[in-house]
Design a protein around this ligand. Structure first.
Ligand SMILES: [Zn+2]
Ligand SMILES: [Zn+2]
Length: 435
């Protein structure tokens, strides 16, 4: 077998890996939003947003396996179904629901901004018609010579670590995975089989996360202090996973003396999460937490929200559009208020700009909020030690490091070599022999 790296080679984003053997199996086909090349002005005055696709697939495709719904893994899949492709798509039910939400939103945003989404609603329907659901821990023959088993990746609802077996070789692909427990999920399934090759994400390949409890304490203390001083809190958050995690943390620490509002795509994502109790560690607590939150349904309601002391959880997580920007515009001028970023900010995004320079772009103009800006990263990715732990668990002959910045994948690969594990960090377009 061979592995062609079509995307996520020495970068975070547009995950796309093609296993080539008796049958060709595509692992994810995602988009890269706002790559570093667009980050032309560190002062935050020029902002260029661009979408990058993975490399084109030149070989016949026998199956697509999707690890989870995030756009950097799923975003370009409808594009593949443009020519009425018949290739089966294997995933979990929540992954399909959440992907549909993101794909439809991609078309909606393209319409508003006058861009081309790269695919049409019909292509989403064709992708849905080609979809087959797999359960965790059940090996399924997906094509005549290929078997696949899904394991819980603990990253978002329905996310999987997959093991692809072909020609007596086992290849594991982690997608994105979480090492330790969150409010909602257990972390990845620790009962993984030994494999021949491991393709792992390395987003945090050279750093460990701060202790989770400590992080929650600092985060909630900042919120409580802001509320005590009469301020409101804006929590820009990713629609899928982070918004629901923040809702759960607020409930756990009983922060409910002011209204909590949810806005943007997070609303629909939260409804989808609520349909899959079997994926949660404690669904009852999640349900109760969601009941404490009010969904902001329209613009009229939005105007009311900003006149009250409150906590607002809203997309976009990296402040690339979404109602969060409107809230910052309205509430950002008051130094009593606070904006807390809660996740990884990709270089070149508005969130990255705010984090680095204290400024961001709203309606094309540079804006510097007087509200305090802080960041607490509730990462849904494994930290360095947790990636190493997974590698030791599955004991591969070779590790292929992807989904990490160039320096990170390189340092991580070198570290693996130092401890006697063969490792590579391919570039996009590179093919690796798996023999
Ligand atoms: Zn992800
Ligand atoms: Zn990812």
């Amino acid at each position: 077998m061979k592995l062609e790296c079509l995307g996520a080679g020495q970068e975070v984003g547009r995950s796309a890996l093609l296993l080539k053997g008796k049958e060709n199996i595509l692992l994810d086909y995602g988009l890269k939003l706002n790559p570093a090349s667009s980050d032309v002005d560190p002062e935050g005055d020029v902002f260029l947003s661009k979408t990058e696709y993975p490399k084109k697939i030149k070989d016949p495709l026998h199956a697509i396996v999707l690890s989870h719904a995030h756009l950097d893994h799923s975003g370009a899949i409808p594009y593949l179904y443009k020519q009425s492709l018949q290739t089966p798509l294997f995933l979990t039910p929540p992954t399909l629901d959440l992907s549909n939400l993101l794909w439809e939103d991609t078309i909606k945003i393209a319409k508003i901004t006058g861009n081309d989404a790269g695919f049409k609603p019909q292509d989403i329907i064709t992708a849905n018609d080609s979809a087959y659901y797999l359960d965790y821990k059940k090996q399924i023959q997906i094509t005549p010579n290929t078997k696949v088993t899904f394991y819980d990746a603990g990253h978002v609802v329905g996310s999987v670590i997959s093991v692809v077996e072909q020609e007596n070789q086992k290849v594991m692909y982690t997608g994105d995975f979480r090492g330790s427990e969150s409010q909602m999920f257990r972390g990845y399934d620790k009962k993984l089989p030994a494999v021949d090759y491991l393709i792992t994400e390395t987003t945090y390949g050279v750093e460990n996360h701060r202790d989770r409890k400590e992080q929650e304490k600092l985060f909630t203390t900042e919120i409580l202090e802001t509320l005590e001083n009469g301020g409101s809190v804006i929590l820009p958050a990713f629609a899928i996973e982070r918004s629901q995690e923040l809702i759960s943390i607020l409930a756990k620490y009983k922060i409910n003396n002011v209204p909590i509002y949810l806005d943007g795509m997070s609303k629909k994502a939260t409804m989808i999460f609520s349909q899959y109790p079997e994926f949660f560690t404690d669904f009852k607590s999640f349900k109760k937490a969601v009941e404490k939150v009010e969904f902001v349904k329209n613009r009229k309601k939005r105007d009311k929200v900003i006149n009250k002391q409150c906590i607002i959880i809203s997309t976009a997580g990296m402040l690339e559009g979404g109602p969060a920007l409107g809230y910052i515009k309205e509430l950002g001028a008051d130094p009593k208020n606070r904006i807390i970023l809660s996740g990884y900010q990709v270089k070149g995004t508005n969130g990255y700009r705010l984090e680095q320079t204290g400024k961001l772009l709203i309606d094309g103009k540079s804006y510097q909020p007087r509200a305090k800006v802080t960041k607490h990263s509730f990462s849904a990715h494994a930290g360095r030690d947790e990636i190493l732990e997974l590698i030791k668990r599955v004991n591969p002959r070779k590790v292929i490091c992807v989904h990490g910045d160039k320096k990170v994948t390189n340092d991580f690969k070198e570290e693996l070599k130092r401890i006697g594990i063969d490792a590579v960090n391919p570039q996009n377009g590179e093919t690796i022999e798996l023999q």
